[in-house]
Design a protein around this ligand. Sequence first.
Ligand SMILES: *Cc1c(COP(=O)(O)O)cnc(C)c1O
Length: 474
Amino acid sequence: MIERNPVFTDAQVAFPKEQGVTMKKSDLTRRQFLATASATSLAAVASRAIPAYGDITKKAGKLAVLGGQPVRSKDKAWPSWPYCDDQVVDAVMKTTKSGIWCRIQSSSGTVPTFEKEYARLMGTKFCVATGSGTQALHTCVEALGIGPGDEVITSPYTDPGTIAAILSSRALPVLADLDPESFQLDPADVQRRITENTRAIMPVHMMGQPCHMERIMAIAEQHSLPVIEDACQAHLAQYQGRTVGTIGRVGCFSFQTSKTLACGEGGAIIGDDEELMDKCYTVHNHGTSRRGRTELIGPKYRMNEFEAAILLGQMAGFKERFQRRNENANYLTQRLKDCPGVAPQKLYPGTQSGSFYLYTLSYRREHFNDADRSLFFKALDAEGISLSPYIERGLHREPWIDHILNSRTYQKMYSTRRLQRFREEMKCPNCDKVCQDMLMLWASGPLLGSREDMDDIADAILKVYENRDQLSSI
Ligand SMILES: *Cc1c(COP(=O)(O)O)cnc(C)c1O
């Protein structure tokens, strides 16, 4: 029934979203569905075969990879993800029976209802639901009139959907480097990369934690640029008294399965600017406005009623789960902050809470007797905790760059000089370092665990650190 998810155990694959779940199409009962859901997250985070769990002093002694007692047994389950309970199942069933499967069938269907609820929860006036986070971002780029010849500044350390949204409008994604401690866009480098053709800044709240919005907004205002927040990982995160996604002109979210609010594939745009949000609706509805006229260029990106039913079914405990992840993340950071071998993601002043879609740390090789990160992963995996390298290469090192530089469209729309400079300036050394040192725990499900689960994670990391002399014998 289940294909092992290669992501969390195989260092080749970057994205947790790729996790493969296949179910038998025939007679899948709800019980089986729930069991599958829970086994999936287990497959996602649990480690490979491990000897039986023993109650030996956890941090001392031999590393499990060399035959010692593992910190955590592979039989111990993690909270299941995606989240599913009777309410979610009932909501889908109700939509199925209602025959209202598409948002334009009823103004009181699940999609319009979800849009109202989500806007209220985020503290914004308007929301347009879409089929994915990528679609939400692309809709905003298009609605802001950004196209050929224009440039949008964003991060190289993100989901490919971020730049796909810019490329789909045939604009140029200009990648600025990172703050190596927060893994977020470095505002100073954003400033440096502004040109006369820059039309927007698209900061990405990586791991679900707010980026340095105070400085990014100041730069944007100074240059009169709109900010499109890529909050696809950052549902409910709070920064300086505001919900992330409501700080820029528009904010975009993803509800893809791995995210902290999930419906398989889904997305949303939020904002207070009525005219712009109305335009977003028109763009996402194949250019056809709420008034029924086909007015401009747009793809068809509507969310369907089943997706919104699942989201509405999950809303009840959404905030509680968010708080639990924050509590657990704070606890983990408390336990790990004094360990010289690892450095938890730096959060900026003004951060009141984060989404913790991912819980991340930097690996400090110099404090592990220069042991390669792969040895640390291997040792930790044997202790029963699987971390991932996450994004292996920044987007500045992916082949799309050659593709656009060689494409007829881009050669027509941008001067040879601009394209040449684009290539020359595609350097993000801090991002390279972040990719090299990243330790990522996928957190949507796992950070809903108990205090004991968190202790297992911290104990395993501290055990490998304390026994780092053994890493050279693996
Ligand atoms: C997931 C994600 C996206 C894309 O969202 P989809 O729903 O997968 O299209 C964009 N940006 C970031 C930062 C993401 O994590």
